[in-house]
Design a protein around this ligand. Structure first.
Ligand SMILES: O=C[C@H](O)[C@H](O)[C@H](O)COP(=O)(O)O
Length: 262
């Protein structure tokens, strides 16, 4: 008997925000996860379960020979609990398509990622992918980064360097309010899946007119492992809207309004 693939989403009524995440995720899967795709990267966050939900709906035959690569603990559990095949990026350094969430996406498809502290592995899977696609609700669709997402740019740092990197950000990189991210149900800082700390660094509108430049400067700070600015990487971004439509922004500037999928 064929194994049953399980949707990770419990049945029930979705809130408007959750519905918009689902719309974005479903549309992106319908447009980009094709029968010939065998190696698929699965991002992290609260939008990605809807990506997996739609992939599962493609059925057992479509999925039985596929390998799914996670960006962290959450997506690994999601892949396993959905009955999909699990792999890792060291076995599959070329990924057909990676779909991931975002904290904010600008006009040129630069984005902030790392609200869930997963951006190191997420960036590896984005770079490994032949096609990298973003999915989010309408609140993340902005002209300039750091507009609605107030914590700022997540920066993963090795623990012993955090105070030095904070000083660099405060004094040299014009982010005076950069702070170490603290855990909620644990005393002390958030520790990433890689055993590192995260600094959140807000930047001004002026800095966010050229996110690549600020990303390059942060990456040069010794002790920084990865910066949650993904520049010039995504091919398209899908945003679910409150009216049930989906806005697709493509690299190069094309914008499409897509009616809701069923
Ligand atoms: O580290 C977390 C990731 O970059 C997420 O993809 C990002 O925070 C977006 O998450 P959500 O879909 O929950 O808004």
């Amino acid at each position: 008997m064929e194994p049953v693939l399980k949707s990770p989403i419990p049945a029930g009524t979705l809130t408007a925000i959750e519905r918009s995440k689902q719309l974005a995720a479903w549309t992106a899967v319908d447009q980009h996860i094709k029968p010939e795709h065998r190696v698929i990267g699965i991002g992290s966050g609260s939008t990605v379960p809807y990506v997996v939900e739609r992939i599962v709906l493609q059925g057992y035959e479509a999925n039985k020979d596929r390998v799914f690569i996670p960006t962290g603990f959450q997506s690994k559990e999601l892949i396993i609990s959905s009955g999909l095949g699990l792999g890792d990026v060291d076995q599959y350094p070329t990924i057909d398509v990676t779909i991931d969430g975002a904290d904010e996406v600008d006009l040129e498809l630069n984005c902030i990622k790392g609200g869930g502290a997963c951006h190191l592995r997420e960036k590896v899977l984005a770079e490994a992918a032949l096609t990298f696609i973003l999915v989010a609700d309408y609140r993340k669709n902005v002209d300039y980064l750091c507009t609605n997402f107030k914590p700022g740019v997540p920066i993963e740092v090795v623990p012993f360097a955090y105070a030095k990197v904070l000083r660099n950000l405060h004094e040299s990189l014009r982010s005076p309010n950069a702070t170490l991210r603290m855990a909620v149900a644990k005393a002390g800082p958030v520790v990433t899946d890689n055993g590192n700390f995260v600094i959140d660094a807000p930047f001004s509108r002026e800095d966010m007119t050229d996110p690549y430049a600020i990303m390059a400067r942060i990456k040069m700070l010794t002790g920084v492992v990865e910066v949650g600015l993904f520049c010039h990487m995504a091919k398209a971004a899908y945003f679910g809207n409150q009216d049930g439509s989906v806005t697709a922004k493509w690299v190069g500037g094309k914008v499409e309004q897509i009616p809701a999928c069923q």
